[in-house]
Design a binder for this molecule. Structure first.
Ligand SMILES: Nc1nc2c(ncn2[C@@H]2O[C@H](COP(=O)(O)OP(=O)(O)O)[C@@H](O)[C@H]2O)c(=O)[nH]1
Ligand SMILES: Nc1ncnc2c1ncn2[C@@H]1O[C@H](COP(=O)(O)OP(=O)(O)O)[C@@H](O)[C@H]1O
Length: 219
């Protein structure tokens, strides 16, 4: 699915799909924004959703907000790389921008749930790196959902009662980060991305690079 781009050291490599999942409120939106701001070569996948826009959200940036009929038409036309129903709403990843970014040699960041992560893994296991974010405690999770001040008490109750179900999928992920202090959690997530970018298997330019080094040594 992916074609090569160039790493910071100039060696061609396959693009990767970097997935963050967590129970709602554990901090994946915060960490995603920090990654996009601070990691060159990483592009956010903007999902389509039928859920209502929250105050402060921007259509086309945080999500593409669509009605159910539009979402169903996207599914039917096979325009979504993966999709799932979460909290009674539909969420899905438009395929076009992901393919375009990977073809242009960029990595793609996904804020999607465990169902979407499983679907991506089925399609491109070698190119998917998945990270599950855990809150330090249930009390912290609830505090964060309230501090975000964007959902009604009823919606927050629903999200808290779903948190345990969400968390039960932690063992399906490659890495687990506990989001105590946000700067530390960010440093950990950033380290994962940096290391995964150096993985030998995705650095398809290494054969040529080493050959050229050997040529220089012999010459
Ligand atoms: N499978 C899938 N899940 C998504 C997608 N976009 C968002 N989600 C997940 O849907 C859940 C609810 O997202 P949202 O309503 O924004 O609330 P949040 O949990 O506070 O970020 C989160 O677990 C997201 O990771 C998508 O395109 N596909
Ligand atoms: N390490 C942290 N410590 C305290 N508050 C945090 C931390 N990480 C995120 N938050 C806050 O918690 C709330 C939920 O975070 P958010 O990133 O929206 O979570 P998610 O996308 O997983 O639902 C936000 O108000 C955010 O500013």
């Amino acid at each position: 699915m992916t074609t090569g781009g160039h790493g910071t050291d100039g060696v061609e490599r396959r693009g990767l799909m970097f997935v963050l999942s967590s129970p709602s409120g554990a901090g994946k939106t915060t960490l995603s924004r920090m990654l996009i701001d601070r990691m060159p070569g990483l592009k956010m996948s903007v999902s389509a959703t039928t859920r209502a826009m929250r105050p402060g959200e921007v259509n086309g940036k945080d999500y593409t907000f669509v009605d159910k009929a539009t979402f169903d038409a996207m599914v039917k036309a096979d325009e979504l790389l993966e999709w799932a129903t979460v909290f009674d709403n539909s969420y899905g990843t438009p395929r076009g921008p992901v393919d375009a970014a990977l073809s242009a040699g960029q990595d793609v960041l996904f804020d999607i749930d465990w169902q979407g992560t499983q679907q991506l893994k089925q399609k491109a296991r070698a190119d998917v790196v998945s990270v599950f974010i855990l809150p330090p405690s249930a009390a912290d999770l609830e505090k964060r959902l309230h501090s975000r001040a964007q959902d009604s008490d009823e919606v927050i109750r629903k999200r808290m009662s779903r948190a345990s179900d969400e968390m039960s999928h932690w063992a399906e992920y490659d890495y687990i980060v506990i989001n105590h202090a946000v700067d530390e959690a960010f440093a950990e997530v950033q380290s994962i991305l940096k290391a995964e970018r150096l993985k030998r298997e995705r650095r398809i330019g290494l054969v040529g690079f080493v050959r050229s080094l050997q040529g220089q040594l012999q010459g």
